[in-house]
Design a binder for this molecule. Sequence first.
Ligand code: GLN
Length: 320
Amino acid sequence: MPSIQTFIESLHQQYRDLDAGQLASYIPELAKVDPHYFAISVVTTDGQVFQVGDVGQPFTIQSISKVFVYGMALEDWGRDRLLEKVGVEPTGDPFNSLIRLDEDSHRPDNPMINAGAIATTGLIKGDNPTERLNRLLAMFRRYVGKEVYVDISTFLSERATGHRNRAMAHLMLNFGMIGDNLEEVLDLYFQQCALFVTCQDLATMAAALANQGRHPLTGEQVVKPEYVRDILSVMYTCGMYNFAGEWAYRVGIPAKSGVSGGILAVVPNQAGIAVFSPPLDQNGNSVRGLKVFEALSQEYGFHLFDLSMGHCRLKDSLSS
Ligand code: GLN
């Protein structure tokens, strides 16, 4: 079995010329990105780092932020109170759909789609918008293990064009799922989506979740351990949008993707893994990212139902 470093280098080589997928363009700033960026990072729960490609290239976290803000909302409100406002049911619809919200559920189905994420952001505690933003930034800083920044251009770009998200927020206000400070909530949501991260940062953040909420390098407890299971559950069932079922079948670990081309995934008790490659498929998931994760899962047997049967080979590969 190849060492993880050798294997990710070979995957990078194999897929770097794969010319498929489109850049997200509904947020104008995202359409300006170089589609050739390609990075793979693995951070183990004991702090080893394996990576290849453009691992230090900053990009905006987009929907991957939803995972961490959901964790914070769980800490702020607890499981039951939060469930009253945001469900945990996968939709099978695109991430920005508002059909079920309007015609059926009225409560957003889960926190990994836009409606649920906006409602979740609206629940973050704090006396005013600055305090709420500062709490979110402090939380992201704990996960990343260093200072974090919001990309103002992307924030403004999305604020100027995010009419679907605005429509969702209005629908949720109509159904009593969010308060009437709707523009403030949307600003905070657009700011969290515009957080700058690197591929290595994402793998580190995932490794903290793989490690019961303890940061693999700083040792800090970044989220209460009792909520890690909840976060991973919604990632597993809802994190890859309308590809979530197929992802669970093919790759089999909790994951979250974003329209800037990142995918972050958690191998419990082993490692956090991230891929960054901007071109997306029709579901909004990174094309190269899907290929890399499928190959990694097969090679090292870290599908959850391989893990639970003791078939995972990832730890062995770290020492070889
Ligand atoms: N900021 C983006 C939006 O709200 C995030 C979507 C995504 O990454 N899938 O549309």
